[in-house]
Design a protein around this ligand. Structure first.
Ligand code: RIB
Length: 296
């Protein structure tokens, strides 16, 4: 396998664990604060790297202590961060996460992620243009994402677009990307009023819908193919979608069949939710392969 290029957000996640979410105007006591690396781009890069891929991260951080922690973490996970630009006079991205009642809610402050521009794509083109898979999400400016997808399409470089968080994703991006991986909510933001079946069948083997513990689904020959998920006791589901995308990129870059690649990605995502933090539970290759063997 060659390499994977991830263009996207890098952040620090500030997670508060609490028994219940406060209502408007209410104060509640939390159990603890956890500060850990996150950002959908960096999460997907870490997921792919732990599964054995050579990964380049392309993005921006601020010239602050979070920026340094983010870079150190990328390097500790074996990711090449030479195309992560450190920007002066701006904060690194942060995500403010409340973990309560078995689910998370997230407010993202983009910070330096909002300045990932066409220049970053041009600078990193030597690694993007030769990648076996390019991974994009929607926490950086939409103009940059569109520019990157168009350049990759022209150059014949395969792209996975994870349209998260939901935004006004142009329909042409879906046609230009190799795979688009919305969850059910993001899929209905992409195609309002259309049923999941119609979306999947109308974008055969291109749109892959993630369905949490139920796994993933895609359309083929006028039918919906469901690839079941693996059961796991969830501790923290933050980053499960990112693990899925990172793992899917690895399996596709290795030339695996789509159904097998989705089984691999489902297994990685199930393992990832068993520990706290977006990256805390992201598995290594052996763990995923053991799960796939045990649960044939
Ligand atoms: O997908 C999970 C990620 O979304 C978190 O790590 C947080 O940074 C938010 O951007």
């Amino acid at each position: 396998m060659g390499h994977i290029a991830v263009i996207g957000s890098c952040a620090m996640d500030l997670t508060v664990e609490t028994d219940r979410r406060p209502g408007a105007g209410e104060t509640v006591m939390g159990r603890r604060l956890i500060v850990s690396p996150g950002g959908k781009g960096a999460n997907q890069a870490v997921a792919a790297s732990r599964l054995g891929a050579a990964v380049y991260m392309i993005g921006c951080v601020g010239d602050d202590s979070y920026g340094q922690m983010i870079q150190d973490n990328l390097e500790a996970n074996g990711i090449d961060s030479r195309y992560v630009t450190v920007l002066p006079k701006i904060s690194s991205g942060t995500a403010h996460i409340t973990l309560a009642e078995g689910d998370n809610s997230i407010i993202v402050i983009k910070g330096a992620n909002d300045l990932v521009g066409r220049a970053q794509i041009d600078q990193a083109w030597p690694v993007i243009g030769n990648a076996d898979m390019v991974l994009l999400q929607q926490e950086i400016p939409m103009d940059t994402i569109g520019y990157c997808i168009h350049r990759c399409k022209e150059a014949g470089v395969p792209v996975i677009l994870n349209p998260a968080p939901a935004a006004d994703t142009p329909a042409e991006w879906v046609e230009e990307a190799t795979y688009v991986t919305p969850n059910e909510h993001e899929a209905s933001a992409l195609y309002p009023g259309m049923s999941p079946e119609k979306i999947l069948i109308g974008h055969s083997r291109r749109i892959i819908m993630t369905r949490g513990k139920q796994g993933a689904a895609y359309g083929e020959d006028g039918k919906v193919v469901c690839v079941p998920g693996f059961s796991a006791d969830p501790v923290d589901t933050t980053g499960a979608g990112d693990t899925f995308n990172g793992a899917l990129a690895v399996a596709c870059a290795e030339g695996g069949r789509l159904e097998e690649a989705l089984r691999f990605a489902n297994a990685a995502a199930a393992l990832s939710i068993q520990k706290i933090g977006a990256q805390g539970g992201m598995p290594g290759r052996t763990e995923v392969e053991e799960m796939l063997l045990c649960r044939k």
